[in-house]
Design a binder for this molecule. Structure first.
Ligand code: ADP
Length: 211
């Protein structure tokens, strides 16, 4: 099935875009949700996480101690790489399995780190970037989460730059500080209609399931 990789920095508007695409019939699979499931109590990554990071990484209830891990990986890039090496293959495997069962005109894989981790680009047919200026990202995330500008800045500096994302985009949804929700929805709808046409064309021309 046609697979769109949807990405963008924190606060760019990915979740908003993905929720409209789901309303319009696309199958949306969110890497953050899968990561959360894998690191819940009894989740499929918890054994490997405890083996690598020790009991300190695990809360008393058996789930990942998210605060401990956040501080640990920010202080130590190799710890971050190890955590990603545990989580990313498991997320990809689950996404592929879910994608094969998916219904609807196309699949949307919401992957915040799609540009950063090179494994994703070959697995999607198109990369769609929700594009936003950094000041607006900080403002939105502060409103949503109450994190400090410094904490948000640390998250953003660990993510790809705006230019890096745009360089790999097949489709771009501009959602900067001057974009209201109606304009965002209109742009998203335009792309959705195009992806539906693309999906139809692939079925008609016998390219179904080929990239
Ligand atoms: P992401 O998933 O990329 O982190 P979200 O979709 O959660 O970003 O958007 C961050 C916050 O900003 C949300 O509260 C969302 O409703 C809001 N938001 C996003 N785009 C706009 C916009 N164009 N106008 C107003 N609010 C917006």
């Amino acid at each position: 099935m046609l697979t769109i990789g949807l990405t963008g920095g924190i606060g760019s508007g990915k979740s908003q875009v993905a929720s409209w695409l789901a309303d319009w019939g696309a199958s949306v699979i969110d890497a953050d949700v899968l990561a959360h499931d894998l690191t819940a109590a009894g989740g499929g990554a918890m054994g490997a996480i405890e083996a690598r990071f020790g009991r300190a990484a695990v809360s008393p209830d058996g789930a990942l101690d998210r605060r401990w891990m956040r501080e640990h990986v920010f202080a130590d890039p190799s710890a971050r790489a190890d955590l990603e090496a545990i989580l990313h293959p498991r997320i990809r495997a689950t996404m592929e399995a879910l994608g094969q069962q998916a219904q609807g005109p196309y699949v949307v894989a919401v992957v915040p780190l799609l540009v950063e981790s090179g494994q994703w680009r070959g697995r999607v047919d198109r990369v769609c970037v929700v594009d936003c200026d950094p000041d607006t990202q900080v403002r939105r995330v502060m409103q949503r989460s109450g994190l400090t500008p410094e904490a948000i800045g640390r998250i953003m500096s660990a993510q790809a730059s705006r230019a890096d994302r745009l360089a790999v985009a097949d489709d771009i949804i501009l959602n900067d500080g001057a974009t209201d929700l109606a304009a965002l929805q209109q742009r998203t709808r335009h792309l959705h209609d195009g992806w539906c046409r693309l999906s139809d064309a692939r079925v008609v021309h016998g390219h179904f399931n080929q990239t």
